[in-house]
Design a protein around this ligand. Structure first.
Ligand code: INI
Length: 158
């Protein structure tokens, strides 16, 4: 039987940084509520959650990198919303946010999760921010919890 490692979804003292975009704040506030609610319902204290606001999704990676490099967080959760109809720069903003978040996670070794809605319409964004298609902020928080557990297990001797 091979040894298997599965991430746990229980928070036991881990500290989380959340970087949240103010652009489309009607949506990103819902993502933030979903993320904080998910963290707290899995055992995280308010004292172990820090929320940092940035102007837009494009700006998430730089601040996520600062948090990840600080050594004060076990995982960082990035939240934002890019809507195609609002900008001819959709591909640039959404693409750089996604690439940047992945890059920060790889270069720092700290889990950085992507809770950024990229949608064609505001209606689709609403659906993914706490209505019929779930809440991407909560999903990103659960991913962060799971990854802290996976990282702990794969980096500690068996
Ligand atoms: N930022 C977003 O988070 N969502 C958007 O839809 C968006 N649009 O439409 O342009 C957006 N632009 C701002 C960008 O993220 C940066 O804040 C800005 O370019 C400053 O770096």
């Amino acid at each position: 039987m091979p040894r298997e490692i599965h991430g746990q979804l229980t928070v036991d003292g881990q500290r989380f940084g959340i970087v949240v975009s103010r652009f489309n704040e009607f949506i990103t506030n819902k993502l933030l509520s979903g993320a904080v609610d998910a963290l707290k319902r899995h055992g995280c204290d308010d004292d172990n959650i820090t929320c940092v606001y940035v102007p837009g999704a494009f700006d998430l990676p730089m601040v996520a990198k600062k948090l990840a490099e600080s050594g004060s967080y076990d995982a960082v959760i990035c939240l934002g919303c890019v809507i195609r109809g609002q900008t001819p720069h959709f591909e640039f903003v959404a693409g750089e946010a996604a690439k940047g978040v992945a890059h920060v996670s790889l270069v720092t070794g700290v889990p950085v999760t992507f809770g950024v809605i990229t949608s064609d319409t505001l209606e689709q964004a609403v659906e993914r921010a706490g209505s019929k298609a779930g809440n991407r902020g909560a999903d990103a928080a659960l991913g962060a919890i799971e990854l802290t557990s996976v990282v702990t297990q794969v980096t500690s001797p068996s």
